[in-house]
Each structure stands twice: as structure tokens, then as C-alpha cells.
Design a protein around this ligand. Structure first.
Ligand code: NAP
Length: 473
């Protein structure tokens, strides 16, 4: 079935179409329009024109539009979840959870639209400010280009579209080539709301053609990108003076201190390491366990991991399905084999069954093995022994990434150490680093990014601060 571009409130045919295949069955599921540079320019022009309407909408009107979207998505939850599973091979149970989160993200956006406010400044606190007060206003920035990854094709789009509309901006969205259907579904829903025509545009196509055209367009005021560090750096280089928000990758680490009740954390660890086949930016990739409990932990972690059900993503019982591409499958397998050659011990997994990689646990993994120091983005987790929390903190910090890290501990001093010394955007005490709810500030340091999302924080990135000084004289 052919799927078209959505520009200025109309569905427009592409000059070319590309076959979209299910990562699991490898069957063709749609034909996707590939936008030309001319069509990308048209989408940006439409967004630029619609900006004059968007910026005149009241907070109440912008919030109402987002509420309309929440209602439409709620009424179409099952369909939305099936689309995610079909195009990305995310097991249905996780797709349903993603849709629930997406609805909540848009709800937060509807609420935040009503809370965008500045502050009053005592200008007369300065010697030369006598008789003056000041205040600040957050104004929408203009046309925002949103470029999104495959792994949460609805919720990560919501993290860009929600705050952009809440703040009164207009958007041109380029979703990942493997997951355009979720974005097309969003366009179909937005078309039924009161959003002004042209305020949301969707251009599908390759990162190189569509992405480059957006990033270099002079009318685009901001690029908000979620994806790999490699592409993120490339975008930053090409974007010139535009504002650029980057949410990038990681190799998230977890510390498990001695005296932690292992039974109470096993399910969390399994879920954090393997949900969506480990294709989560804060997927649990490196676990550092105190030497006093590592044996018990590894045994129970393996037992629970081996119970995971491999299979068709559209089957509600499936826990693990196909990786996003055959290339990623062979890359992950190669990295596992390399780590074993370098001295790691295969605790479980490491084999491919019906094109699905069995969830894999590797023990005693060297810091320089790719499964440890690079982003695995596959169902692979390392478990290493530590003799103190300090040692584990050093190991976690020995990384080019710094998105989130977690620690399970009953010791207040160790929790404090973790807060103080972990070089990450978020420290999660007594939970996995994979914990995220959609209104918290979320983002990384080092090569994990340069901004914070979470609706309120994304709105700050998507607005310009205007100062007003009022002279009473
Ligand atoms: P990716 O390969 O970097 O692609 C992300 C997006 O960038 C896609 O839409 C892609 O389009 C586009 N793109 C590719 N080349 C481009 C270019 N030259 N100019 C502009 N855009 C370009 O990432 P992915 O494989 O989809 O997603 C996985 C990565 O995302 C992981 O590193 C993961 O950690 C990261 N991630 C981070 C977060 C976070 O919040 N920090 C959340 C989720 C994922 P095509 O698909 O057409 O190539």
C-alpha cells in the first residue's frame, strides 16, 4: 500500500517510492514516498507560512489541539500498537506500553502549553536600573525540523511534536526510514484536529537526502534530533547557527551493591537489558555486581533470561523478536564472538534462532571489548565483578557516553557517592538506568547529547527568551 507525504495539510505523492519490509517476516508491508529536495523545501515553506497562524494561537487553543490528539490516539490505541510492531518488530506488549506512554507525553504537552511563563526581574537591583522593572517572555522559535530514530517511533516523535505545538512552533518531521508508518498515522490523526494547516508536515525519505535538506535549510530555526552520535555530530557540523538539540546513544551501566535483595531486582534487570531487543537508548548494557553476591545474581539473572519467549512481534506472548536489520543482527553476533575471543565468558545466549538473537549475557568482559565500550543496541548485557561502589563508578565513567546510570544499594553513603561522581545526565537510585517517565528532564553528557527532553525542558529549548524592561519614569 502506497503511503504519501503530508505537506501543508495535504497528502502528496512522492517522486519515488521505496519498499518497506517487516524486520521480522521480511515481507513488504508498504511503499513509502521518498521526498525530493523540492518537496522538503515546500514542506519548510508551508511550515514557515503556518508559523504566523501558530504564534497567534492562545495557550488555551494550543492545549486544546493537543487534547484532541490525546483523545484520537486513545481511541486508536490498538491500531497504533500494531503499526509499531509491524514496522519495527517491537514485541506487541512493549508497543502497547509505548502507545500508553505516547498518550501521556501528549497529555503532558497539553498541560505544559498552559504553563509557559517568564519571570519578573528587579532591574533596580543594579545601580543604573532605578525606576525600572523587567520581565521575560518565552516566544516560539519558528520552524523546527524533527529527525527521529526507529526504536520508539511514536513516543520519541511525541517528545518533539508535543512540545513544539505546546510552544506555538511549526514542524517538519523526518522519521527513520524503517519506521515511517507510525509518523504517517500521527499525521492522519493531527489532520483531524484544529491544528492550522502547514503547522505539521511529514517528509519521509532517506537521512542523506531529506535530513541534509532540512538541516541546511535557512528557514529552519532549530533541528531537534534523536539518534546515533555519528549522525548527530554530522548534523551539528552542517547546521550553522541553528539551534541543535541532540539526544544520542549510550552504554548504560548499573551498580549492584552487596546486601541487595537479588530476587526483588531480577525482573527489572531482565526487562531493562532485553526489552525491545536491547534497542533502547538507556538499555541496560553493563552491570557491575559486588563480589559477595555476583554468583547468586548471575545464576538468577540467567535463569530468568532463559525463560524469555522468542518469536513474532505481533504475538502478545513474545518477549524478544528480530533486530531492526540483518546488518544489526550480524554486527551484534560479531561483537559477541569478539568479546569471547578477548576473554569474556558466555553465560547464556550468543546464538541466532530463526533470525532472532537469543538474549545474551557475557561475564568478565574487558572494558575495551565493543559490547562494553560501544553502544550494543542489541539483546546483549555484560556482568562484571566489583569489590566496591567506587570501583564501579570508575568503570561506568570510563565511557564516551553518559546518559543515565543506576545503583541498587541499601547504603546511604554509597548512594551519595553515586549521585556525586557518576558522569551522566540522570542517576537512578534503587532502580535500573532504563527508568524513564516522560515529564522528567532526560538527556546526556559526553557523546550522549547536549540537551534535555521531557516536555517542560524541551519547551525551554524550543523557545526564545525575550526580555522586556519597563521604565516607570
Ligand atoms: P540513526 O541511524 O542515527 O538515525 C536517526 C535518524 O537520523 C533517522 O531518521 C535517519 O534517517 C536520520 N539520518 C541519517 N542520516 C542523516 C543525515 N545525514 N542527516 C540527517 N538525518 C540523518 O539512529 P537509529 O539507528 O534510527 O536509532 C538508534 C540510535 O538512536 C541509537 O544510537 C540510540 O541510542 C539513539 N537514541 C537516543 C535516544 C535518546 O533520547 N538519547 C533515544 C532513542 C534512540 P534514515 O533512517 O533514513 O537513515
Amino acid at each position: 500500500m502506497r503511503k504519501n507525504l503530508y505537506i501543508n495539510g495535504h497528502w502528496e505523492e512522492g517522486e519515488n517510492y521505496s519498499e518497506l519490509k517487516s524486520p521480522y517476516s521480511r515481507e513488504v508491508i508498504a511503499e513509502i514516498a521518498q521526498a525530493s529536495t523540492v518537496q522538503v523545501n515546500k514542506a519548510v515553506d508551508s511550515a514557515q507560512e503556518a508559523f504566523s497562524k501558530m504564534k497567534r494561537l492562545s495557550s488555551f487553543e494550543r492545549s486544546t489541539i493537543l487534547d484532541q490528539l490525546v483523545n484520537l490516539l486513545t481511541a486508536n490505541k490498538d491500531k497504533a500498537a500494531e503499526i509499531i510492531s509491524l514496522e519495527s518488530a517491537k514485541p506487541l506488549k512493549f508497543s502497547i506500553a509505548e502507545v500508553d506512554r505516547t498518550i501521556e507525553t501528549y497529555k503532558f504537552a497539553a498541560e505544559e502549553a498552559k504553563r509557559i511563563s517568564g519571570e519578573v526581574l528587579p532591574i533596580d537591583a543594579a545601580k543604573n536600573g532605578v525606576n525600572k522593572i523587567g520581565f521575560t517572555i518565552h516566544e516560539p522559535i519558528g520552524v523546527i525540523a524533527a529527525i527521529t530514530p526507529f526504536n520508539f517511533p511514536m513516543n520519541l516523535v511525541a517528545h518533539k511534536v508535543g512540545p513544539a505545538i505546546a510552544a506555538g512552533n511549526t514542524i517538519v518531521l523526518k522519521p527513520a526510514s524503517q519506521t515511517p508508518l507510525s509518523a504517517i498515522f500521527l499525521a492522519e490523526l493531527l489532520a483531524q484536529t484544529d491544528l492550522p494547516k502547514g503547522a505539521f508536515n511529514l517528509v519521509t525519505g532517506s537521512g542523506r537526502v531529506v535530513g541534509d535538506a532540512l538541516v541546511e535549510h535557512e528557514k529552519v530555526k532549530m533541528v531537534t534530533f534523536t539518534g546515533s552520535p555519528e549522525v548527530g555530530k554530522n548534523i551539528k557540523t552542517k547546521a550553522g547557527l541553528k539551534r541543535v538539540s541532540l539526544e544520542l546513544g549510550s552504554n548504560a551501566g548499573l551498580i549492584i551493591d552487596k546486601e541487595v535483595d537479588i530476587d526483588s531486582i531480577i525482573d527489572k534487570c531482565v526487562n531493562a537489558a532485553f526489552s525491545n531487543q536491547g534497542q533502547v537508548c538507556i538499555s541496560l548494557q553493563r552491570i557491575y555486581v559486588h563480589e559477595q553476591i555476583i554468583e547468586e545474581f548471575t545464576r538468577k539473572f540467567k535463569e530468568r533470561t532463559d525463560q524469555l519467549v522468542l518469536g513474532d512481534p505481533l504475538d502478545i506472548n513474545t518477549d524478544i523478536s528480530a533486530l531492526i536489520s540483518e546488518g544489526d543482527l550480524s554486527r551484534a553476533k560479531t561483537w559477541i564472538d569478539e568479546a569471547i575471543t578477548e576473554g569474556a565468558v558466555l553465560t547464556t545466549g550468543g546464538v541466532i534462532e530463526n533470525q532472532v538473537l537469543r538474549p545474551t549475557i557475557l561475564s568478565n568482559v574487558g572494558n575495551t571489548s565493543k559490547v562494553s565500550c560501544q553502544e550494543a543496541f542489541a539483546p546483549v548485557v555484560t556482568v562484571n565483578k566489583i569489590s566496591s561502589v567506587d570501583e564501579a563508578i570508575q568503570q561506568i565513567n570510563d565511557s564516551i557516553f553518559g546518559l543515565q546510570a543506576g545503583i541498587f544499594t541499601n547504603n546511604i553513603a554509597n548512594a551519595s557517592q553515586a549521585i556525586k561522581h557518576l558522569e551522566v545526565g540522570g542517576v537512578i537510585i534503587n532502580d535500573v538506568p532504563t527508568f524513564r517517565v516522560d515529564h522528567m528532564p532526560y538527556g546526556g553528557v559526553k557523546e550522549s547529547g547536549n540537551c534535555r527532553e521531557g516536555i517542560k525542558y524541551a519547551i525551554e529549548e524550543m523557545t526564545e527568551l525575550k526580555l522586556v524592561v519597563w521604565n516607570h519614569n
